[in-house]
Unconditional design. Sequence first.
Length: 139
Amino acid sequence: MSVPRASVRAWLQVRQPGPPADLAAKLADSVGSAPESVFAGESLPAVLGALGTWLLTAAVERKQAACDAPDEGRPEVNTSDAPPAGTRLDAGAAAPDASAAAMELLAADAFVTYAFEAASEEGSDVTGLAHQLLTMVRA
């Protein structure tokens, strides 16, 4: 059994209150780009949780690959003009990669939260869902 993408989209669209526009767009994009295996769950809560763990795993793997990349080709960073440690930076100053990573993590969190919300609505076993999701996430 699997849950169609259209069912996931429809369920997300009727959430009240809905997520902020940027997050809603990321959720919709994730539903569209997730591999078919993510939708192979037995229920909507399982699929929503799988979407969350898929995004989390992708974010961790991407960060790990960036950290493992050789330093060759990376520009020298001049820190002489950097603000002192502990200085609060303007929220708009975040690097584009950091903003994208933050949005990806917010979407992963939203999908997992929605998984528990859907399980609660269905009267499903949330403890079983929690165990299932924890086993899906790689250490």
